[in-house]
Design a binder for this molecule. Structure first.
Ligand SMILES: Nc1ncnc2c1ncn2[C@@H]1O[C@H](COP(=O)(O)OP(=O)(O)OP(=O)(O)O)[C@@H](O)[C@H]1O
Length: 627
């Protein structure tokens, strides 16, 4: 048997195009060829189980090997094999059925995956790294003759009788001068680890040493275990996501997590995805402990299609707010060769995205319901995802509103509904609006928190980076509710009530107090106000108005409020006319008045960490002289 022919293709020579345009991703040749080998092995298993093949199937195996001297890489399997006729049909023609279209469109294609996927060129990716590709194969069919196909990357091929004596196929790549880097153990091992680590058929890559400790006799002088050479199988053929949750224990999930992310802390919990309809999706998603270097933690979800690794860019498949999750997703509905533009347009991908969002919400709801204490203890980490989700997706907000928690400065946790009930009696203003008080820095705002506490007000802890945005979402979503930072005003004014506190000072005394303080402080960005507050409140309080502060925060974050950003920080200085120190200052003589007023103001600044530099030095010197 010998035949020479021309690959059925109307267009002249397609290989230079493949090589040129696919070059950047050339390592995927191995993924393509190993996947074909795995398919071939699975096909023979299926034929056997259907009774259409009665021979022995043997141990299914795909073997990858290389020969540095001969400059070849071989991918060999004991799968279904091909007859010469099948080679002609599947290799020569099928792959090029779309060739004309291919040549027309190749100019616009952005990446190799897109090209290969669209045109069923999996096998031909071999030419990205080879001068010559050879197939040695023997079909499972009774009486089949071994066949050999060889092609040098032109449209000319040759089919002759082959040498294979056992069922299956070997693809031999004669590696080209530019791709010699692939003739390396570590390089190939790395590619296999990346793409083939969880393929469903054992993949052998060389051998490795194993030590047999059982063989060492108790009384043996030389305690060295026997060394033996065993197949180096690079993959786990039944990774946990292919199993049902009932077969698995927590330890299995944790072990898999450690295998995927060896250096990471233990995850908080996980979700096992198992969907049959309307699309097929399996996977395990882990909630990691979130660290500060969030960027580093993105892109940790691995996307597989029938256990073949595709990518860890899952942007379209996983909702943005869940991008920090870890784990794997496997869906045969996502083709092996995906490109970003494909993912964006694909209907299944959108469905998968919203399914994942729903599953995550269901899992969180369940954790909340079944063990609220444990859920609360993890809230610092979980909260980040939940808040991000609530901010970015209305649908998720609706799902999460019953299990999202607010925590206060006393480390108590409340759902949104519980919190509303808690604060309603005391924190409603005169117009019926609920005022939620929060702190973003409990250490600096301690004096304000204590004042609020004395009044029976509750203060929420909103000190994670996402809380700024979360506050806006809550204001938008919650009816008749505003959020105020606890240091936005003196406590008696934080929540505007109808009740009026009487001042012990007359009108002219009030004016004098204001003038004394204005003179003592003498800073243009400090507006002095004398106010009648509770006598137990501090004599002097420095605040920044909530609106002004938010505008400034937005400007600092580049939110387009540059007008506010360029304004100097301006503060309100509230003097409590009912505090006895204020009366004392009023009664003191000329120079003493100024000194005491300055001292009281500096103390207010100090308590908020705002007293620095020369002002601080002056304060310390003055305090020493006063003691
Ligand atoms: N190792 C193999 N054993 C048996 N048949 C094979 C083997 N490799 C390839 N084939 C046959 O050649 C055909 C073409 O392979 P090719 O990789 O080009 O495309 P594909 O596998 O059909 O699609 P894809 O683009 O997803 O890889 C396969 O469908 C299969 O019938």
């Amino acid at each position: 048997m010998q035949e020479k022919g021309s690959i059925s293709i109307h267009t002249e020579n397609i290989f230079p195009i493949i090589k040129k345009f696919l070059y950047s991703d050339n390592e995927i040749f191995l993924r393509e060829l190993v996947s074909n080998a795995v398919d071939a092995v699975q096909k023979i298993k299926r034929l056997s189980s259907l009774g259409q093949y009665n021979g022995a199937i043997g141990e299914p195996l795909v073997e990858v090997s290389f020969d540095e001297a001969a400059k070849t890489i071989t991918i060999s399997d004991n799968g279904i094999g091909m007859t010469a006729e099948e080679i002609k049909k599947y290799i020569n023609q099928i792959a090029f059925s779309g060739a004309e279209e291919f040549v027309e469109k190749f100019k616009d294609a952005k990446d190799a995956n897109e090209l290969i996927g669209k045109f069923g060129l999996g096998f031909y990716s071999a030419f990205m790294v080879s001068d010559k590709v050879e197939i040695q194969t023997l079909s499972y069919q009774e009486g089949a003759q071994p066949a050999r196909w060889i092609c040098d990357g032109s449209t000319e091929f040759e089919i002759t009788e082959g040498d294979r004596t056992t069922r299956g196929t070997s693809i031999i790549l004669h590696v080209n001068a530019d791709s010699q880097e692939f003739l390396d153990k570590y390089k190939l091992q790395g590619i296999l680890d990346k793409y083939c680590k969880f393929l469903p058929v054992p993949i052998k890559f060389g051998t490795k040493k194993e030590y047999d400790y059982d063989s060492v006799a108790e009384d043996a002088e030389d305690k060295k275990p026997k060394e033996k050479e065993v197949d180096n199988i690079i993959n786990d053929t039944t990774p946990i996501w292919t199993k049902t949750p009932s077969e698995l224990k927590d330890e299995d999930y944790l072990r898999f997590y450690r295998e995927l992310y060896p250096m990471s802390e233990e995850p908080l919990f996980w979700i096992h995805l198992n969907v049959d309809h309307p699309f097929t999706l399996t996977g395990v998603l882990y909630f990691p402990k979130v660290r500060n270097d969030m960027e580093f933690q993105r892109n940790k979800i691995k996307l597989f299609s029938r256990q073949v690794f595709i990518t860890d860019e899952v942007k379209e498949i996983v909702p943005d707010f869940l991008m920090l999750l870890h784990g794997v997703i496997d869906s045969p509905d996502i083709p092996l060769n995906v490109s970003r533009s494909f993912l964006q347009a694909d209907g299944n991908v959108k469905k998968i995205n919203s399914h994942i969002s729903k599953k995550v919400a269901d899992k969180l709801a369940e954790l909340f319901r079944t063990d609220r204490k444990a859920y609360e203890s993890k809230w610092a980490d979980i909260g980040l995802f939940v808040k991000y989700g609530m901010i970015s997706e209305d649908k998720f907000y609706d799902r999460a509103k019953d299990f999202a928690l607010l925590s206060n400065t006393k480390e108590e946790y409340y759902t949104l509904a519980e919190y509303k009930d808690k604060i309603e009696p005391l924190q409603k203003d005169k117009d019926g609006k609920l005022v939620y008080l929060y702190t973003n820095d409990p250490a600096r705002q301690d004096a304000f928190i204590q004042s609020a506490d004395r009044k029976g007000y509750d203060v929420l802890l909103m000190n994670s980076p996402i809380d700024n945005h979360f506050i806006h979402t809550l204001e938008r979503k919650l009816d008749q509710t505003t959020m105020k930072r606890v240091d936005a005003d003196v406590v008696d004014k934080l929540i505007a009530k109808d009740e009026k506190i009487e001042s012990v000072l007359t009108e002219s005394e009030t004016t004098s107090v204001r003038e004394i303080f204005e003179k003592a402080i003498s800073k243009p960005n400090m507006t002095v106000k004398v106010e009648a507050l509770g006598s137990e409140e501090l004599p002097v309080t420095v605040t920044m108005d909530e609106f002004m502060r938010r505008m400034k925060d937005m400007a600092a974050m580049g939110g387009g409020m540059s007008f506010y950003g360029s304004m100097p920080d301006s503060y309100n200085v509230s003097i409590n006319s009912n505090h006895k120190l204020v009366s004392r200052i009023l009664k003191a003589d000329g120079t003493e008045q100024g000194r005491l007023a300055k001292q009281a103001f500096d103390l207010a600044m100090l308590s908020q960490g705002m007293l620095t530099g020369a002002d601080l030095t002056e304060f310390v010197n003055r305090s020493v002289s006063m003691i």
